[in-house]
Design a protein around this ligand. Structure first.
Ligand code: P6P
Length: 342
């Protein structure tokens, strides 16, 4: 008689992300129903977006609309779809009071909303990689504001990353994975299209103390400062634990996800073309910094903690070094002209 008590392990033995959120498994000190509702609206948006991403080649969603966004970047069709999807879902229940998006010049305030949360997002990071089927992603962050001081304005979004209450990203890669934190613990959830649900797949992610991979666009070498060139030389040189291997996808979410799981360091420094760096603080660097710090890693501009940077404007850019604590410390040491402690 077959032993029917044994069941093969299955991802569906894990909680769905909705269950994980609803059962308060994200330690969110001041979590309220609206906080939970907003996270679930982001999850719903990611299911809708992943459906379009997976069919992009078939449903004529590849290619661009012909327009450009506030960054001066060519807008890809999927960018527009992802942006509209997030706005529509976040506006729906009145819990989110407004959004700031990479795709929009200005913040969008929802006047009928009653909630005390704002959401910043890059709806489709790495969209230049869409047409060549390389991983892309969505990055988001939640912040709170005091409604007793009146409705939010664009200024209300200009908060330091250390004031964010949640951050996460969705990577549309070989599978679709959501990685999210409320500051304590980082957890990953993998999408099972047959169930239409995200299931817990990476509980309590921790960045290794040190890795053996560095990630930077070597094609920008001529534009770097002497200090960044010195770090680049160091990381490729011989010496204890070096040379590091090089990996670079060109989509922040993909390079960050690999670094989060395997360790090492991702760097997008300031250079002659991007004197403040290329990546945007509010909806790229700061959410990633919150995730990495919550997983025991680090995120620096090269001279200071990313989460301490006070935004001056919505689309402010910052230089970024993201990854294992020791690897980010080495980067900062070399930028100070010091020799890293092995
Ligand atoms: P580069 C994608 O366009 C993006 O904003 C990030 O996702 C990525 O890390 C970076 O730009 C890549 O920039 O100059 O290396 O192509």
């Amino acid at each position: 008689m077959q032993n029917t008590s044994w069941m093969p392990p299955s991802v569906s033995d894990s909680p769905t992300i909705e269950t994980f959120i609803l059962e308060g498994m994200f330690q969110a000190s001041a979590a309220t129903g609206t906080f939970t509702s907003i996270l679930n609206q982001i999850v719903l948006s990611s299911k809708l977006i992943t459906g379009r991403v997976r069919r992009a080649g078939l449903a004529d969603l590849l290619g661009h609309t012909g327009g450009t966004n506030v960054q001066g970047e060519v807008v890809q069709k999927l960018d527009v779809i992802a942006n509209e999807t997030l706005i529509r879902q976040l506006k729906r229940r009145g819990h989110c009071a407004g959004i700031a998006s990479e795709e929009l010049d200005h913040a969008v305030i929802f006047p009928e909303a009653t909630g005390n949360y704002l959401v910043c997002f890059d709806p489709l990071d790495g969209s230049s990689n869409i047409d060549v089927n390389i991983s892309i992603g969505t990055i988001f962050a939640l912040m709170r504001f005091d409604r007793s001081k009146g409705p939010p304005t664009e200024q209300t979004f200009l908060q330091k990353g250390s004031d964010m209450v949640a951050a996460g990203y969705i990577i549309y890669g070989s599978s679709t994975v959501i990685v999210m934190t409320t500051g304590q613990g980082v957890h990953g959830f993998t999408y099972d299209p047959t169930a239409g649900e995200f299931f817990l797949s990476h509980e309590n992610l921790r960045v290794p103390e040190r890795g053996n991979t560095y990630s930077i666009n070597e094609g920008n070498h001529a534009r770097w400062s002497p200090q960044v060139k010195a770090w680049n030389q160091y990381i490729k040189g011989d010496g204890p634990g070096r040379p590091y291997g090089h990996r670079y996808v060109g989509t922040l979410v993909a390079d960050a996800h690999r670094t989060l799981l395997r360790g090492g360091v991702f760097v997008y420094p300031e250079d002659k073309k991007n004197p403040d760096g290329k990546l945007r603080l509010l909806y790229e660097a700061a959410p990633m910094a919150m995730i990495f710090e919550a997983a025991g890693g680090a995120a620096s501009t090269g001279t200071r903690r990313v989460l301490d940077v006070e935004p001056g404007e919505l689309h402010q850019r910052v230089p970024l070094a993201l990854g294992s604590k020791r690897d980010v410390e080495d980067y900062e040491a070399i930028l100070r002209g010091e020799t890293p402690v092995p």
